[in-house]
Design a protein around this ligand. Sequence first.
Ligand SMILES: *Cc1c(COP(=O)(O)O)cnc(C)c1O
Length: 432
Amino acid sequence: MTFFPYRNGRLHIEDVSLDELAARVGTPFFCYSAAAMESAYTSFVRALGDLPATVCYALKANSNQAVIRTFAQLGAGADVVSEGELRRALAAGVPASKVVFAGVGKQPSEMATALDAGILQFNVESLPELEALSRIAQEKGVRAPVALRINPDVDALTHAKISTGKAENKFGIDIPSLRGFLDSAAQLPGVRIEGLAVHIGSQITDVNPYRMAFERLVALFTELRDAGWPLERLDMGGGLGIAYEGDAAPDIARYAEIVRETTKGLDAKLIFEPGRFLTGNAGLLVTRTVYVKHGTARRFAIVDAAMNDLIRPTLYDAWHDILPVAQFAAGADREPYDIVGPICESSDIFAEQRELPPVAADDLLAICSSGAYGAVMSSSYNSRPPAPEILVRGNDYAVIRPRIDYDELIGQDRLPDWLDDGQQSSEPRGAA
Ligand SMILES: *Cc1c(COP(=O)(O)O)cnc(C)c1O
Protein backbone atom coordinates (compact mmCIF):
# COMPACT_ATOMS: atom_id res chain seq x y z
CA MET A 1 0.00 0.00 0.00
CA THR A 2 1.19 3.50 -0.67
CA PHE A 3 1.06 6.31 1.81
CA PHE A 4 1.55 8.79 -1.03
CA PRO A 5 -1.34 8.32 -3.48
CA TYR A 6 -2.33 10.48 -6.42
CA ARG A 7 -5.92 11.58 -6.02
CA ASN A 8 -7.80 13.88 -8.37
CA GLY A 9 -4.57 14.24 -10.32
CA ARG A 10 -2.51 15.53 -7.38
CA LEU A 11 -0.05 13.85 -5.02
CA HIS A 12 -1.26 13.32 -1.46
CA ILE A 13 0.32 12.21 1.77
CA GLU A 14 -2.23 9.87 3.30
CA ASP A 15 -5.50 11.82 2.83
CA VAL A 16 -3.98 15.30 2.69
CA SER A 17 -3.01 16.98 -0.57
CA LEU A 18 0.47 18.43 -0.84
CA ASP A 19 -1.08 21.54 -2.40
CA GLU A 20 -2.96 22.16 0.83
CA LEU A 21 0.19 21.79 2.91
CA ALA A 22 2.15 24.04 0.56
CA ALA A 23 -0.56 26.68 0.86
CA ARG A 24 -0.45 26.37 4.64
CA VAL A 25 3.32 26.60 5.33
CA GLY A 26 4.90 27.59 2.02
CA THR A 27 7.71 25.65 0.37
CA PRO A 28 10.03 23.91 0.93
CA PHE A 29 8.69 21.71 3.72
CA PHE A 30 9.08 18.20 5.09
CA CYS A 31 5.98 16.10 5.66
CA TYR A 32 5.80 12.71 7.33
CA SER A 33 3.14 10.02 7.22
CA ALA A 34 2.35 8.71 10.71
CA ALA A 35 0.81 5.61 9.14
CA ALA A 36 4.02 4.91 7.21
CA MET A 37 6.09 5.17 10.39
CA GLU A 38 3.68 2.96 12.30
CA SER A 39 3.69 0.46 9.47
CA ALA A 40 7.50 0.30 9.38
CA TYR A 41 7.64 -0.12 13.16
CA THR A 42 5.01 -2.82 13.15
CA SER A 43 6.68 -4.75 10.33
CA PHE A 44 9.99 -4.63 12.22
CA VAL A 45 8.42 -5.86 15.46
CA ARG A 46 6.39 -8.53 13.67
CA ALA A 47 9.49 -9.84 11.90
CA LEU A 48 11.23 -10.24 15.25
CA GLY A 49 8.24 -12.24 16.45
CA ASP A 50 8.72 -13.73 19.90
CA LEU A 51 12.40 -12.83 20.25
CA PRO A 52 13.02 -11.12 23.62
CA ALA A 53 13.54 -7.77 21.92
CA THR A 54 13.45 -4.10 22.88
CA VAL A 55 13.33 -1.77 19.89
CA CYS A 56 15.16 1.46 20.65
CA TYR A 57 14.40 3.97 17.90
CA ALA A 58 17.64 5.69 16.83
CA LEU A 59 16.63 9.30 17.26
CA LYS A 60 19.34 10.71 15.09
CA ALA A 61 17.40 9.69 11.96
CA ASN A 62 14.58 12.08 12.84
CA SER A 63 14.39 13.56 16.32
CA ASN A 64 11.27 15.69 16.14
CA GLN A 65 9.33 15.26 19.40
CA ALA A 66 6.20 14.25 17.50
CA VAL A 67 8.08 11.50 15.67
CA ILE A 68 9.69 10.18 18.85
CA ARG A 69 6.35 10.14 20.63
CA THR A 70 4.70 8.32 17.73
CA PHE A 71 7.15 5.46 18.30
CA ALA A 72 7.10 5.74 22.09
CA GLN A 73 3.34 5.21 22.01
CA LEU A 74 3.92 1.99 20.11
CA GLY A 75 6.25 0.83 22.87
CA ALA A 76 9.62 1.87 21.45
CA GLY A 77 12.60 2.89 23.52
CA ALA A 78 15.30 5.22 22.24
CA ASP A 79 18.90 5.03 21.09
CA VAL A 80 20.52 8.41 21.77
CA VAL A 81 23.97 9.74 20.93
CA SER A 82 24.07 13.01 22.87
CA GLU A 83 22.60 14.74 25.91
CA GLY A 84 20.38 16.70 23.54
CA GLU A 85 18.91 13.51 22.15
CA LEU A 86 18.57 12.07 25.66
CA ARG A 87 16.58 15.13 26.68
CA ARG A 88 14.44 14.89 23.56
CA ALA A 89 13.68 11.23 24.22
CA LEU A 90 12.69 11.85 27.83
CA ALA A 91 10.64 14.94 26.91
CA ALA A 92 8.79 12.92 24.26
CA GLY A 93 7.80 10.34 26.87
CA VAL A 94 10.32 7.53 26.34
CA PRO A 95 10.94 5.88 29.73
CA ALA A 96 14.60 6.15 30.82
CA SER A 97 14.53 2.40 31.38
CA LYS A 98 14.34 1.98 27.59
CA VAL A 99 17.11 4.42 26.66
CA VAL A 100 20.47 3.31 25.28
CA PHE A 101 23.26 5.90 25.09
CA ALA A 102 25.71 5.32 22.21
CA GLY A 103 28.55 7.33 20.71
CA VAL A 104 32.37 7.44 20.83
CA GLY A 105 32.70 10.83 22.52
CA LYS A 106 30.30 11.04 25.44
CA GLN A 107 31.30 13.87 27.75
CA PRO A 108 31.35 13.58 31.54
CA SER A 109 28.45 16.04 31.86
CA GLU A 110 26.39 13.95 29.43
CA MET A 111 27.16 10.79 31.35
CA ALA A 112 26.09 12.50 34.59
CA THR A 113 22.75 13.54 33.11
CA ALA A 114 22.12 10.03 31.80
CA LEU A 115 23.04 8.45 35.15
CA ASP A 116 20.66 10.80 36.95
CA ALA A 117 17.91 9.84 34.51
CA GLY A 118 18.55 6.13 35.14
CA ILE A 119 18.95 4.89 31.56
CA LEU A 120 19.04 1.24 30.54
CA GLN A 121 22.65 1.16 29.34
CA PHE A 122 25.70 3.03 28.13
CA ASN A 123 27.30 1.57 25.02
CA VAL A 124 30.97 2.15 25.71
CA GLU A 125 33.59 2.20 22.98
CA SER A 126 36.96 2.79 24.69
CA LEU A 127 38.81 2.34 27.97
CA PRO A 128 39.19 6.08 28.66
CA GLU A 129 35.43 6.40 28.21
CA LEU A 130 34.78 3.49 30.57
CA GLU A 131 37.13 5.01 33.17
CA ALA A 132 35.38 8.37 32.95
CA LEU A 133 31.98 6.72 33.33
CA SER A 134 33.15 4.70 36.32
CA ARG A 135 34.52 7.82 38.01
CA ILE A 136 31.30 9.77 37.56
CA ALA A 137 29.08 6.91 38.63
CA GLN A 138 31.23 6.40 41.71
CA GLU A 139 30.87 10.06 42.64
CA LYS A 140 27.13 9.53 42.51
CA GLY A 141 27.34 6.31 44.49
CA VAL A 142 25.90 4.21 41.66
CA ARG A 143 27.12 1.65 39.13
CA ALA A 144 26.61 2.45 35.49
CA PRO A 145 25.07 -0.32 33.35
CA VAL A 146 27.39 -0.87 30.38
CA ALA A 147 27.41 -2.74 27.09
CA LEU A 148 30.76 -2.87 25.34
CA ARG A 149 30.52 -1.96 21.70
CA ILE A 150 32.56 -4.42 19.69
CA ASN A 151 34.13 -3.63 16.35
CA PRO A 152 33.48 -6.94 14.56
CA ASP A 153 35.67 -6.01 11.57
CA VAL A 154 32.87 -6.71 9.11
CA ASP A 155 32.28 -4.90 5.83
CA ALA A 156 28.65 -3.76 5.79
CA LEU A 157 28.80 -3.28 2.00
CA THR A 158 27.45 0.24 2.25
CA HIS A 159 28.70 3.78 1.54
CA ALA A 160 32.15 4.46 3.08
CA LYS A 161 30.82 7.45 5.04
CA ILE A 162 28.24 5.32 6.84
CA SER A 163 30.25 2.14 7.35
CA THR A 164 31.18 1.70 11.02
CA GLY A 165 32.12 -1.93 11.65
CA LYS A 166 35.49 -2.26 9.94
CA ALA A 167 38.78 -2.32 11.86
CA GLU A 168 39.80 1.03 10.36
CA ASN A 169 36.61 2.78 11.53
CA LYS A 170 36.68 4.82 14.72
CA PHE A 171 33.87 2.82 16.31
CA GLY A 172 33.90 0.02 18.83
CA ILE A 173 36.50 -2.05 20.65
CA ASP A 174 38.63 -4.35 18.50
CA ILE A 175 38.05 -8.00 19.32
CA PRO A 176 41.77 -8.74 19.84
CA SER A 177 41.97 -6.02 22.53
CA LEU A 178 38.82 -7.10 24.34
CA ARG A 179 40.51 -9.45 26.82
CA GLY A 180 42.90 -6.80 28.07
CA PHE A 181 40.05 -4.35 28.09
CA LEU A 182 38.02 -6.57 30.39
CA ASP A 183 40.93 -7.05 32.79
CA SER A 184 41.00 -3.28 33.19
CA ALA A 185 37.21 -3.07 33.37
CA ALA A 186 37.17 -5.53 36.25
CA GLN A 187 39.10 -2.99 38.34
CA LEU A 188 36.57 -0.23 37.83
CA PRO A 189 34.09 0.05 40.71
CA GLY A 190 31.57 2.39 39.02
CA VAL A 191 30.56 0.23 36.07
CA ARG A 192 28.80 -3.07 35.59
CA ILE A 193 29.41 -4.82 32.25
CA GLU A 194 26.00 -6.23 31.38
CA GLY A 195 26.14 -6.68 27.65
CA LEU A 196 27.83 -6.44 24.29
CA ALA A 197 26.84 -4.30 21.31
CA VAL A 198 27.56 -3.94 17.61
CA HIS A 199 26.50 -1.48 14.93
CA ILE A 200 28.15 -2.09 11.59
CA GLY A 201 26.85 0.77 9.51
CA SER A 202 23.83 2.36 7.94
CA GLN A 203 21.70 1.91 4.81
CA ILE A 204 22.52 -1.81 4.75
CA THR A 205 20.42 -3.51 2.10
CA ASP A 206 22.30 -6.81 1.79
CA VAL A 207 21.61 -8.41 5.16
CA ASN A 208 24.39 -11.02 4.91
CA PRO A 209 27.05 -8.90 6.67
CA TYR A 210 24.80 -8.95 9.74
CA ARG A 211 25.26 -12.70 10.02
CA MET A 212 29.02 -12.41 10.32
CA ALA A 213 28.74 -9.55 12.82
CA PHE A 214 26.14 -11.30 14.97
CA GLU A 215 28.07 -14.59 14.91
CA ARG A 216 31.17 -12.83 16.20
CA LEU A 217 29.14 -10.98 18.81
CA VAL A 218 27.42 -14.12 20.06
CA ALA A 219 30.70 -16.08 20.16
CA LEU A 220 32.24 -13.40 22.36
CA PHE A 221 29.13 -13.22 24.51
CA THR A 222 29.23 -16.97 25.16
CA GLU A 223 32.95 -16.97 25.81
CA LEU A 224 32.74 -14.11 28.31
CA ARG A 225 29.75 -15.54 30.07
CA ASP A 226 31.54 -18.86 30.43
CA ALA A 227 34.45 -16.92 31.92
CA GLY A 228 32.09 -15.60 34.58
CA TRP A 229 31.00 -12.21 33.27
CA PRO A 230 27.32 -11.79 34.14
CA LEU A 231 26.17 -10.66 30.71
CA GLU A 232 22.45 -10.22 30.09
CA ARG A 233 21.97 -8.22 26.90
CA LEU A 234 23.04 -8.18 23.28
CA ASP A 235 22.58 -4.95 21.36
CA MET A 236 22.38 -5.75 17.67
CA GLY A 237 22.56 -2.10 16.55
CA GLY A 238 20.66 -0.55 13.67
CA GLY A 239 21.54 0.08 10.07
CA LEU A 240 18.79 -1.70 8.21
CA GLY A 241 18.38 0.18 4.93
CA ILE A 242 15.38 1.24 2.89
CA ALA A 243 14.60 1.22 -0.81
CA TYR A 244 15.52 4.57 -2.28
CA GLU A 245 15.42 3.29 -5.86
CA GLY A 246 12.40 1.07 -5.55
CA ASP A 247 14.23 -2.20 -6.10
CA ALA A 248 16.68 -2.59 -3.24
CA ALA A 249 14.56 -3.06 -0.11
CA PRO A 250 16.32 -5.16 2.51
CA ASP A 251 14.68 -8.46 3.31
CA ILE A 252 13.46 -7.90 6.85
CA ALA A 253 12.27 -11.47 7.26
CA ARG A 254 15.77 -12.73 6.41
CA TYR A 255 17.28 -10.18 8.77
CA ALA A 256 15.09 -11.53 11.57
CA GLU A 257 15.95 -15.07 10.59
CA ILE A 258 19.67 -14.25 10.84
CA VAL A 259 19.05 -12.86 14.32
CA ARG A 260 17.09 -15.94 15.30
CA GLU A 261 19.72 -18.33 13.97
CA THR A 262 22.73 -16.58 15.42
CA THR A 263 21.20 -16.08 18.88
CA LYS A 264 19.55 -19.49 19.10
CA GLY A 265 19.66 -21.05 22.55
CA LEU A 266 21.27 -17.97 24.01
CA ASP A 267 19.63 -16.73 27.18
CA ALA A 268 19.94 -13.01 26.50
CA LYS A 269 17.72 -10.00 26.00
CA LEU A 270 18.11 -8.34 22.62
CA ILE A 271 18.14 -4.66 21.74
CA PHE A 272 17.64 -3.25 18.24
CA GLU A 273 18.39 0.30 17.16
CA PRO A 274 16.66 0.98 13.85
CA GLY A 275 16.55 4.58 12.69
CA ARG A 276 16.32 5.06 8.94
CA PHE A 277 14.19 1.94 8.49
CA LEU A 278 11.43 3.45 10.64
CA THR A 279 11.28 6.96 9.20
CA GLY A 280 13.12 7.13 5.87
CA ASN A 281 10.32 6.23 3.52
CA ALA A 282 7.70 8.00 5.63
CA GLY A 283 8.82 11.48 4.60
CA LEU A 284 8.83 13.81 1.61
CA LEU A 285 10.63 17.07 1.06
CA VAL A 286 8.25 19.18 -1.03
CA THR A 287 9.73 21.94 -3.11
CA ARG A 288 8.57 24.44 -5.70
CA THR A 289 10.29 25.00 -9.01
CA VAL A 290 11.53 28.57 -9.22
CA TYR A 291 12.95 28.61 -12.74
CA VAL A 292 13.62 26.19 -15.52
CA LYS A 293 16.88 27.03 -17.22
CA HIS A 294 17.96 25.58 -20.53
CA GLY A 295 21.75 25.36 -20.54
CA THR A 296 23.73 24.26 -23.56
CA ALA A 297 24.44 20.85 -22.06
CA ARG A 298 21.69 20.41 -19.52
CA ARG A 299 18.19 21.42 -18.59
CA PHE A 300 18.02 22.66 -14.99
CA ALA A 301 14.98 22.76 -12.73
CA ILE A 302 16.03 25.25 -10.06
CA VAL A 303 13.94 24.56 -6.97
CA ASP A 304 13.45 26.37 -3.66
CA ALA A 305 14.81 23.50 -1.51
CA ALA A 306 18.56 23.14 -1.23
CA MET A 307 21.39 21.15 0.31
CA ASN A 308 20.84 23.00 3.59
CA ASP A 309 17.44 21.24 3.80
CA LEU A 310 18.46 17.78 2.56
CA ILE A 311 22.19 17.16 2.39
CA ARG A 312 22.15 13.44 1.57
CA PRO A 313 22.67 13.77 -2.20
CA THR A 314 25.61 16.12 -1.58
CA LEU A 315 27.15 14.18 1.31
CA TYR A 316 26.55 10.58 0.30
CA ASP A 317 25.80 10.81 -3.43
CA ALA A 318 22.39 9.58 -2.36
CA TRP A 319 19.71 8.89 -4.96
CA HIS A 320 16.20 10.11 -4.09
CA ASP A 321 13.15 9.49 -6.19
CA ILE A 322 11.50 12.73 -7.32
CA LEU A 323 7.80 12.87 -8.09
CA PRO A 324 5.89 15.68 -9.73
CA VAL A 325 2.91 16.63 -7.58
CA ALA A 326 0.85 16.76 -10.79
CA GLN A 327 -0.06 13.22 -11.78
CA PHE A 328 1.30 12.01 -15.09
CA ALA A 329 0.58 9.04 -17.31
CA ALA A 330 2.96 6.10 -17.16
CA GLY A 331 3.78 6.53 -20.83
CA ALA A 332 4.10 10.33 -20.66
CA ASP A 333 6.96 11.99 -22.55
CA ARG A 334 9.93 12.64 -20.31
CA GLU A 335 12.94 14.90 -20.46
CA PRO A 336 16.16 14.77 -18.45
CA TYR A 337 16.46 17.43 -15.76
CA ASP A 338 19.11 18.36 -13.27
CA ILE A 339 17.15 19.23 -10.14
CA VAL A 340 19.24 21.82 -8.32
CA GLY A 341 18.93 24.18 -5.37
CA PRO A 342 19.76 27.89 -5.29
CA ILE A 343 22.89 27.65 -3.11
CA CYS A 344 26.25 28.79 -4.46
CA GLU A 345 27.86 25.36 -4.40
CA SER A 346 28.23 23.10 -7.40
CA SER A 347 27.24 20.21 -5.17
CA ASP A 348 23.82 21.70 -4.41
CA ILE A 349 22.15 19.09 -6.60
CA PHE A 350 19.28 16.73 -5.78
CA ALA A 351 19.36 14.74 -9.00
CA GLU A 352 21.19 14.71 -12.31
CA GLN A 353 19.72 13.86 -15.70
CA ARG A 354 16.50 12.72 -14.08
CA GLU A 355 13.80 11.75 -16.58
CA LEU A 356 10.65 13.66 -15.67
CA PRO A 357 7.54 14.84 -17.48
CA PRO A 358 8.04 18.48 -18.52
CA VAL A 359 8.65 20.71 -15.48
CA ALA A 360 7.63 24.37 -15.46
CA ALA A 361 8.18 27.23 -13.03
CA ASP A 362 5.88 26.99 -9.99
CA ASP A 363 5.48 23.22 -10.32
CA LEU A 364 5.68 21.34 -7.04
CA LEU A 365 8.04 18.37 -6.77
CA ALA A 366 8.27 15.82 -3.98
CA ILE A 367 11.71 14.48 -3.06
CA CYS A 368 10.94 11.03 -1.68
CA SER A 369 12.50 9.03 1.16
CA SER A 370 13.37 12.21 3.06
CA GLY A 371 12.08 11.15 6.46
CA ALA A 372 15.49 10.08 7.80
CA TYR A 373 18.67 12.14 7.93
CA GLY A 374 16.79 15.01 6.30
CA ALA A 375 15.48 17.67 8.66
CA VAL A 376 17.89 16.60 11.41
CA MET A 377 20.87 17.36 9.18
CA SER A 378 19.47 20.64 7.90
CA SER A 379 21.15 23.96 8.55
CA SER A 380 20.57 27.62 7.86
CA TYR A 381 23.47 27.85 5.39
CA ASN A 382 23.06 30.84 3.08
CA SER A 383 20.82 32.28 5.84
CA ARG A 384 17.97 30.13 4.66
CA PRO A 385 15.50 29.29 7.43
CA PRO A 386 15.38 25.47 7.63
CA ALA A 387 12.32 23.84 6.09
CA PRO A 388 9.40 23.29 8.48
CA GLU A 389 8.06 19.83 9.31
CA ILE A 390 4.49 18.54 9.17
CA LEU A 391 3.12 15.28 10.54
CA VAL A 392 0.10 13.83 8.74
CA ARG A 393 -2.30 11.26 10.13
CA GLY A 394 -5.24 10.30 7.92
CA ASN A 395 -6.90 13.55 6.93
CA ASP A 396 -5.43 15.39 9.88
CA TYR A 397 -2.10 17.16 10.02
CA ALA A 398 -0.04 19.34 12.33
CA VAL A 399 2.96 21.58 11.87
CA ILE A 400 5.48 19.91 14.17
CA ARG A 401 8.29 22.38 13.54
CA PRO A 402 7.38 25.79 12.17
CA ARG A 403 9.59 27.76 9.85
CA ILE A 404 11.49 30.32 11.89
CA ASP A 405 11.24 33.86 10.60
CA TYR A 406 14.12 36.06 9.57
CA ASP A 407 14.10 38.07 12.80
CA GLU A 408 14.60 34.87 14.76
CA LEU A 409 17.27 33.61 12.38
CA ILE A 410 19.29 36.81 12.34
CA GLY A 411 18.51 37.62 15.96
CA GLN A 412 20.54 34.63 17.12
CA ASP A 413 23.70 36.66 16.46
CA ARG A 414 25.08 39.06 19.07
CA LEU A 415 27.25 42.08 18.35
CA PRO A 416 30.25 42.61 20.64
CA ASP A 417 30.29 45.95 22.50
CA TRP A 418 32.91 47.41 20.21
CA LEU A 419 30.72 46.97 17.14
CA ASP A 420 27.42 47.82 18.74
CA ASP A 421 26.30 51.36 17.93
CA GLY A 422 22.78 50.61 19.11
CA GLN A 423 21.57 50.42 15.53
CA GLN A 424 21.31 46.64 15.14
CA SER A 425 18.09 45.84 13.45
CA SER A 426 16.84 42.98 11.38
CA GLU A 427 14.73 45.33 9.27
CA PRO A 428 16.23 46.07 5.90
CA ARG A 429 17.97 49.47 6.12
CA GLY A 430 15.79 52.13 4.65
CA ALA A 431 12.62 50.20 5.34
CA ALA A 432 10.06 52.64 6.60
C1 LIG B 1 23.23 5.75 13.55
C2 LIG B 1 23.11 4.65 14.51
C3 LIG B 1 21.95 3.85 14.52
C4 LIG B 1 20.84 4.01 13.52
O1 LIG B 1 21.27 3.76 12.22
P1 LIG B 1 20.20 3.57 11.06
O2 LIG B 1 21.03 3.28 9.88
O3 LIG B 1 19.46 4.85 10.93
O4 LIG B 1 19.33 2.44 11.45
C5 LIG B 1 21.85 2.85 15.47
N1 LIG B 1 22.83 2.66 16.37
C6 LIG B 1 23.95 3.40 16.39
C7 LIG B 1 24.98 3.12 17.42
C8 LIG B 1 24.12 4.42 15.48
O5 LIG B 1 25.24 5.15 15.49
